[in-house]
Design a protein around this ligand. Sequence first.
Ligand SMILES: [Fe+2]
Length: 511
Amino acid sequence: MPINRRDLLRGAAAAGMLGAAWPLSDALTPAQAEAAARDLGVRWDEAPFTLGVASGDPLPDSVILWTRLAPEPLAEEQSLPDTVEVDWVVARDRELRRVVCSGTVAATAGQAHSVHVPVHGLEPGGRYYYSFRALGRRSRIGRTRTAPVGPVPRVRFASANCQAFHDGFYAAHRGIARENLDFVVHLGDYIYEHGQVGGTPVRDHEGPEVLTLPDYRRRHALYKGDPSLRAAHAAHPWYLTWDDHEVVNDYSGTTPSLRARRAAAYQAWFEHLPVRDGTPAAPRIHQRRQWGDLLELSILDLRQYRSEQNLPGGTILGAEQKAWLYDNLDDAGDSWHCWVNSIMLSRLAKPDGGYYFTDQWDGFVSERREVLTRVHDAGLRDLVVITGDWHSAFVDDIRPDFDEPDTPVIGTEFTAHSVTSGAYSAEWNAENGPVMGAANPHLKYFEGNRYGYDVYEVTPHRWSTHMRVIGDRAHANSPVRTLTTFHVDRGTPGSHEDPATAGSPAQYRRR
Ligand SMILES: [Fe+2]
C-alpha cells in the first residue's frame, strides 16, 4: 500500500523526529528538521522568501506580483521588523538584465509581511520575468505574461482544484509547472481548514482544525511548503476563485459565530495569493477578463455573497454579482465565454429525485434556472463552464432547465479531477456512475478514480479539454498523462469525446 503524507507524519512522530516541536523549529536539530521536511515533501525556498513568488490577474498592461517574507513559515510570529522594504524588478529576460520597471514596497506585519505589487505599463501579450529583494537576499525568479489584445490564434491554460495537503503530493502542480501555458486558473479548495476527518482523533501534524488568523496563515504556509505548488506559481500567472474549505466546509452567510473566522480566513487567503482587488477582509473575486478576441473569462465568487442553500428565493451569486453577470451577458462579444465556477452548475439528481449535494448550484435551483434562461435569451453562444469541488471528472451538457431535457443545449460544463483531495472509492464510482448517468440525461461522462488537472486548448474554431491525470498522489514525481480529451466545436452546442481516447477507463460514458 502506498505511503501517504499522514503515514509519514505519524511515522516521523513515532520516531521522535517531530513530537511537540512541529513546526520545524529550534527543538529539532537542523539535520532532524531537514530529514522530517524531506520525508513530508516539505521544502521551502531560502529565507526570507520561503513561500516563493507568484503573479496573478494578468491584464493587457498589468500583472500583480506577490511574495511574503516568512523566515519561519510555520511560526506564529516572524522575527522581522514591523516594516521591511522589499525591492521588486520586472524584466524581459530570465537573467533580469533587460529591466522594464522596478520599485520598492513595504511589507508590514499587519499583512503577514506579504506584498502585492500591481505592475502597470507592460506590453499586451508580453512575457516577463520578476524577482524580489529584501534583507540582503533575493527571491527566486518568476515568469509571467500579460493578456493579449486583438486577434489571438490560440490560448492554452490549466485549471487546478482541491489540493488537500494530507491527501498527497502535488504531482499535478509539478505537471502544471511544466506545461506550456498562458495562465492557470484555481477553482477553489486551495487549503483545507480541517484536521483529521473521520476515525478516532490522532495527533496529526497538519494540526487540528484552523480557526484564527495565525492558524490560517500557518496552514497556507504549510501548503506552500510543497515545492511543486511554488513551481506552478512561479511558472505562470494565475487567476483565482475559491470554494468553502478556504474557510470551513459548506459555509454560507455571516452569522455572528462565523464572522470573525471568515474574516481571518479571507485575510490569510489574500495574504498568500496574487490578488488584485478588494480588501483582505473582502477580496473582490468576481471579474471579467479577456484573452484578446478569443476568450472571455467570467470569474465567479460562489461563497462570499450566497444565502443559505435550499431557501425559496435563495441566491448563490448575490444581487450585485448577478447584475454584473447579466451585464456581461448583455454586452458579450463574439468569443468563447468561460465561467470560472467553483462548484457544479449542472443538475446532479438521484434516481428518486433528490440531489446528491445542495451546497452546489443544486441548492439554488430557481436562481440557476433564471440565470441559464437569461443566457439562452441573450443568445450567448459558445459557453464553457469549468468547475472543481467534486474530486471527480464530469462532462455535462448545459440546458436552461435541466428538468426539461427538450430545452436546447446552451453550453458545456467540464468538472475537473482534484489535485489530491480524496474521491469516492472505486466501488462507489463503479456503482454510481451508471446511476448518475441514468438519472441525468445531460450527463455525458464520469470518471472518479483519478487525480490531476485539466488543460484547455482553445482556438477560434475549437475548445479542447485535456484531462491530465497523475499515476499516484503518494509520489511527488508521479508522471502525468492524458486520460481523455473532449472537444467543443465553435457554433455547435455540446461536446464530443476525441475518438483516440474514447476507449479510456471511465465509470460512465453516454454512447
Ligand atoms: Fe474539495
